[in-house]
Design a protein around this ligand. Structure first.
Ligand code: DAH
Length: 337
């Protein structure tokens, strides 16, 4: 065979084999076949060089070395590729420092809820979760809210239509978007024995007319503490401490006698807001009927509960005057937090 044809054939075959080697073992076999010093295709090629005339030898010898160097370089490159981690082979350098995300931050209400969990957590309350689609039992019945109570009016709740359920059969229990987070009190007590000290934060839904301070979806933080000898004085201390920690020492908290079916006695909680008072939630001592409903003995344990509106705290702290801002997703508003 003519020597340049032999060089060409060797080079093409070697480069193809190197590129095709899928791992280090395969590559090593390619090395032995094409670059081995004792025998193999490089040796054969050398024999071709040995056969050319003395005049031609310097030129052909130089060509031989060029081909050999080219194949060796391809071999080394492939070898270092196979040694790299896969991400790096794909062109990613995972050792580069991370980039701080430039777009987006946590929503002000999410930030507020994080702060709430942090503050109330220092008082020993852990976080419990409950579903947003609830049944009448947890939203009303177990909370001592009777059938004819106005809070159960279809016009004041988002009931889910029975027809929406599969096979056209009305479910045993009617479901609704929960109107309060007090539902989680029941869920926790059903599953745990006292002592209990939990909060639950999340969305609630009511078909209210939307204005600057009302929305048909908003957030509450529910609190529940049950145990031996839990008192109203403790409730007031927890709420005062909570409010002043979040809003500052100058905020004043007021308790007004009120009524809730699931607490007795009940209070409404107000905070001072520019020479006036703004309601921030309800609270009270857990009604004995509620304790009995979940299998507790009201002669052994007592408890307090509270439900606070999260938006109102966030609004006061950040001087937001319209609750609708929170839900409009206007980045000019959101970027300020
Ligand atoms: N669930 C009540 C509401 O949404 C607020 C509330 C009042 C919660 C008294 C409580 C409580 O835990 O004890 O209006």
């Amino acid at each position: 065979m003519d020597h340049s044809a032999a060089f060409q054939e060797y080079e093409q075959a070697a480069l193809a084999a190197i590129a095709a080697a899928a791992d280090a073992d395969a590559l090593e076999q390619v090395r032995v076949e094409f670059l081995g010093k004792k025998k193999g295709r490089l040796k054969d090629l050398q024999a071709v060089v040995g056969k050319v005339s003395a005049e031609e030898r310097p030129v052909v010898g130089k060509q031989f070395n060029e081909v050999k160097d080219k194949v060796s370089a391809a071999f080394e490159a492939r070898k270092s590729d196979l040694n790299k981690p896969q991400a790096a082979a794909a062109g990613l350098d995972i050792s580069l420092p991370g980039v701080v995300p430039r777009l987006g931050k946590r929503h002000p209400l999410s930030q507020t809820m994080d702060d709430f969990k942090d503050i109330i957590g220092r008082m020993g309350f852990t976080v419990a979760e409950g579903p947003e689609i609830e049944d009448e039992h947890h939203n009303f019945v177990a909370l001592n809210i009777p059938e004819d109570h106005p809070a159960r009016d279809p016009l004041d709740n988002f009931y889910l239509s029975a027809a929406a359920y599969a096979n056209g059969q009305a479910p045993e229990r009617l479901h609704l978007l929960r109107s309060q987070t007090s539902t989680v009190q029941i869920r926790v007590m059903e599953q745990t024995k006292p002592p209990i000290r939990i909060v639950s934060l999340g969305r609630v839904y009511r078909p209210d007319t939307i204005d600057a301070t009302h929305s048909c979806m908003f957030h509450q933080m529910e609190g529940l503490m049950v145990g031996e000898g839990v008192t109203m004085a403790q409730l007031k201390t927890v709420l005062r401490l909570f409010a002043t920690t979040y809003l500052g020492q100058d905020v004043r908290i007021r308790f007004r006698p009120s009524f809730f079916p699931f607490t007795e006695p009940s209070v409404e909680v107000d905070m001072s807001w520019s020479d006036d008072w703004l309601e921030i939630g309800g609270a009270g001592m857990v009604d004995p009927n509620v304790l009995r409903e979940v299998g507790y003995d009201p002669d052994e344990v007592s408890g307090f509960a509270f439900g606070l509106g999260i938006e109102r705290f966030c609004m006061r702290r950040h001087h937001v005057t319209d609750i609708r801002r929170f839900y409009e997703n206007d980045v000019r508003f959101l970027a300020q937090f």
